[in-house]
Design a protein around this ligand. Structure first.
Ligand code: CA
Length: 221
């Protein structure tokens, strides 16, 4: 699980980061709207902890832009602005929960766990795209109705594509989701797995399913 933390107060940001790392989440901490947008462009996140008062803008504007862009992972808003109006506005713009400052680490951890759990349980357990069917609860894959036998890494790799249909996925984003921090960029492990996955799925589909985007990564097509 990768969580983006957007918080301009240095100490508070580090406190949040430490709390989430304790729960074994992978985190990235940024301090401005501009840096949050840049992080968002280059990486996939499973959740966001978002401060509202930022030096170069309002966290609510970031949130509404992300939701318009189709980002639907959980967002937890943090703010000293704990008036009812702000809270309602944040929730209307698509925040999933709201934690007024000051808060304790345990409360933040509990809220994040609950958000991610709730979100995961309502996520579709069946993903389908272009003849590929993935059943996340049964852990099975079919192509045009034919069962395909995948290793656990191949399965994890396919799931990244199925959860991000139509998106061009940068190689590092895929690698981090599948291999977490254990991925060595010097190796061509991702290419090896991509060619195995292609061999298994595309022969059954009878057509190319993955597009190689030169210098960037791959796209499910
Ligand atoms: Ca702030």
């Amino acid at each position: 699980m990768r969580i983006l933390i957007v918080e301009d107060q240095v100490k508070l940001g580090q406190f949040i980061q430490q709390g989430l790392v304790e729960c074994r989440y992978t985190t990235e901490l940024v301090r401005s709207c501009a840096d949050a947008e840049a992080a968002f462009e280059s990486e996939g996140f499973d959740a966001v902890v978002l401060d509202l008062g930022l030096p170069d803008g309002d966290g609510l504007d970031l949130l509404s832009g992300w939701r318009r862009g189709g980002f639907n992972e959980p967002v937890l808003i943090l703010s000293a602005r704990d008036s009812m109006a702000d809270r309602v506005k944040g929730l209307d713009l698509g925040a999933d929960d709201y934690l007024p400052k000051p808060f304790g680490l345990e409360e933040l951890q509990a809220r994040m766990r609950s958000l991610l759990r709730r979100h995961t349980s309502v996520k579709h357990t069946r993903l389908s795209f272009g003849g590929v069917e993935m059943d996340l609860s049964a852990h099975t894959v079919q192509v045009l109705g034919k069962p395909i036998d995948l290793t656990s890494r191949e399965y994890a790799l396919l799931e990244v594509f199925m959860q991000n249909q139509g998106r061009i996925l940068p190689r590092m984003v895929i690698a981090e989701k599948v291999w977490s921090s254990h991925y060595d960029v010097e190796t061509n492990l991702l290419e090896v797995y991509m060619s195995r996955l292609r061999a298994k799925l595309e022969s059954a589909a009878g057509r190319p399913l993955f597009k190689t985007v030169r210098g960037v990564g791959y796209q499910l097509q």
